[in-house]
Design a protein around this ligand. Structure first.
Ligand code: NAP
Length: 253
């Protein structure tokens, strides 16, 4: 029996990268997946891949930093499938700059997309989870939560995800809801390629340098993160809550 048979999952920021891999993984194990991204058009590629592999998915457009978008998106998914069981708060952005050059907008946008979104999505989905006495929330933190030059906004948002996770686990645990986070290290995606270009590196050389600095001598893949998220979204891990699982090839910072 598949781990997510009869489950409905929402994965935010799932048009590409880690979110797309999570959506494919959950769908591959039986879940119906709402592939949420800024527009339904952007999310359609992931939906098509899932359908090609025999899975079930629907594209949903929403800016997860906006309360009205979040309410409409969650209502649409509940209307389509009748219930929601798993929420993966994956959408995230970077606007890197050293503190003295970081603008108000750099700060506010990153906090809104990376942190406010997790608050809004979790608050909206918990209505369904509490009513059915079942739910799983997995949010994406980052190794950068421990500090990373040029990422005051991003680092603060990802550290806050850990606190949000620990607190929601306490509040929602009595209702059969598990809340956890995954903190990836260097994962090869468009996000890390963009960081490479920003600091003047060729993306391939940047990945190689990151691999050499990682104990297991490779960078991570979106599928590495999808495997950890699937574990935390599954019933076999139902005694784990409030935790942040570091998935970074053994890197200490
Ligand atoms: P990515 O390739 O940039 O994908 C992020 C996705 O989120 C994109 O499809 C993006 O859409 C979407 N998105 C951005 N703003 C949104 C919004 N307001 N509403 C809805 N969707 C939005 O990033 P990734 O590397 O896969 O990262 C996924 C998550 O893992 C993020 O939370 C990131 O912080 C975290 N993470 C990544 C790494 C890494 O090494 N890659 C490490 C640690 C943590 P557009 O492309 O249209 O903007």
């Amino acid at each position: 029996m598949s781990r997510f048979e009869d489950r409905v999952a929402i994965v935010t920021g799932a048009a590409q990268g880690i979110g797309a891999a999570i959506a494919r993984r959950l769908a591959g194990e039986g879940a119906a997946v709402a592939v949420l991204d800024l527009t339904a058009e952007r999310a359609q590629d992931t939906v098509d891949q899932i359908a090609k592999d025999g899975g079930r998915a629907v594209a949903v457009g929403a800016d997860v930093s906006k309360s009205t978008d979040v309410q409409a998106a969650v209502a649409a998914v509940a209307g389509q499938y009748g219930h929601i069981d798993i929420l993966v708060n994956n959408a995230g952005i970077t606007r890197d700059n050293l503190l003295f050059k970081m603008t108000d907008e750099d700060w506010d946008t990153v906090i809104a997309v990376n942190l406010r979104s997790a608050f809004l999505m979790s608050r909206e989905c918990q209505k369904h989870f509490v009513a059915q006495k079942y739910g799983k929330i997995v949010s994406l933190s980052s190794r950068s939560a421990l500090g990373n030059r040029g990422q005051a906004n991003y680092s603060a948002s990802k550290a806050a995800i850990m606190g949000l996770t620990a607190t929601l686990a306490i509040e929602l645990g009595p209702f059969g809801i598990n809340v956890n986070a995954v903190a990836p290290g260097f994962i090869a995606t468009d996000m890390t390629d963009a960081t490479a270009r920003r600091v003047g590196f060729d993306p391939a050389a940047f990945r190689e340098a990151a691999a050499q600095a990682t104990p297991v001598r490779r960078v991570g893949t979106p599928e590495d993160i999808a495997a950890a998220v699937a574990f935390l979204a599954a019933d076999e891990s139902s005694f784990i809550s409030g935790q942040t699982l570091h998935v970074n090839g053994g890197a200490d910072r």
